[in-house]
Design a binder for this molecule. Sequence first.
Ligand code: ADP
Length: 457
Amino acid sequence: MLTLIIISIPFVNFIIWILLYIFNVQRDDFSIFLIIGPVTTTISVVVIIIPFLVVWSRLFRQLEYEASRASKAQNEAERLLAQRTEFVAYVSHEIRNPLNGIIGIAEGLDSSKLDPNTQKNIGIIRSSAHDLMYILNDILDMSKIDQGQVELNPSEVSLHDLLTQIYNFWKARAENSGLKFEIYFCDTFPDYVNIDAQRFRQVVNNLVSNAIKYSEKGTILISAECDPPNRRAEIIVQDTGIGVPPAMQKQIFHPYKQVGTNGQKDQPSKIGTGLGLPIARRLARLMGGDVKLVESSRAGSKFKFSFAVEPLPTPNKAKIQSARLEDALHKKTALIADDSMASAIVAREHLNKLGLQSTLLRSGQDAIHKLQNQQFDIILLDDDLGDMRGSQVLEKSKTPTAPNANSIFIAYTGRVEQASRQDFSRAGFNGYIPKPALLDDVKDELARILLEPKAAK
Ligand code: ADP
């Protein structure tokens, strides 16, 4: 207040002085003001304004300096984060290669020829290697999410189908652990929506696998709920397990914080990376929703995964089928054996359009030789290969120990009159494409085999 008064005196004087001058008042009468005015004004300029300007300019420079330091620190943090992501990606790739070898060899060992003890040990190697692969994937995912490198790839999917697939996948596991496993859909649960199916699956899988992991008995329930006014849907996963202790409830969504063993010290297999829920939450937030722990007690836990949905008016089943098929054929390899060059090339073109790279062979002998040494996911065999029948190639190449024991064999045949689908199925073929085949025929047959699990058997 005092400062204000001191500052205002010279200004008031200065203004009076100006007014006197303007109205040409007798100078003698106000001589005292005439002296005080300019003097105090000068003092005010020197004593107050100049230091103020000096302080202000210093402050400004300091602010500028701090801002540049903050921006450098941010750049440095971003650089380190990018370096960490690159390092994690590099290390995980380096670990993945030898791990692949371990899993491949362990899977390839024919358990029936091993003594029980070795069988048990191989089983441990297999499951440990798989666990390690999951951990690597989690670390890589978290690091990508931190870097903002995870983008969603939405496509038209049926939520009903997706959830039913997830349910079927976990059902046997839950029941093997002595748990009941149920699913419920609310009446108006949206079906066809645009969503990133792979990431959706990842979030639900995490909640369901935790529910099974942390429940000894009781029921796991997946409820598909809807909230149409908010254009949202919710998946609630409820269990009757050990619950999350109150002290841990806030921490379980924090990455890089090992929450602890949740009291299961005697069950090391239940200790995870602690990254599943943080990843699930971030993915859900990318989908316009969230993952929350709704309630938890010693009687069990209830997690809610919410996400934004825009129901599609007319389900385009053909498009959905194509997207799912493309997904199922991703990175698969194919072999075509046909003595007719023209029909082999047509088949190759069709498979190529579905994203499959194929190897072409012209005789039964060549096919047998190739199939004894290399594994293919899909094998198209002409029924009449010139030197032998397709079914003879199949017989020699689909023995339990052969590399193609579990591959999909499809009869690619012109003998439609003589042999039916059932005949080829009896001979051991998984599928049947009569010639001349259109792209849609090949597509439909592959979809039948790959997307309808019972059809492949
Ligand atoms: P983890 O791989 O360790 O399971 P998550 O991030 O999925 O990682 O879960 C973090 C922790 O939250 C778990 O270690 C566990 O202690 C606790 N938790 C998660 N889901 C459940 C549940 N359904 N019941 C009890 N505890 C749970």
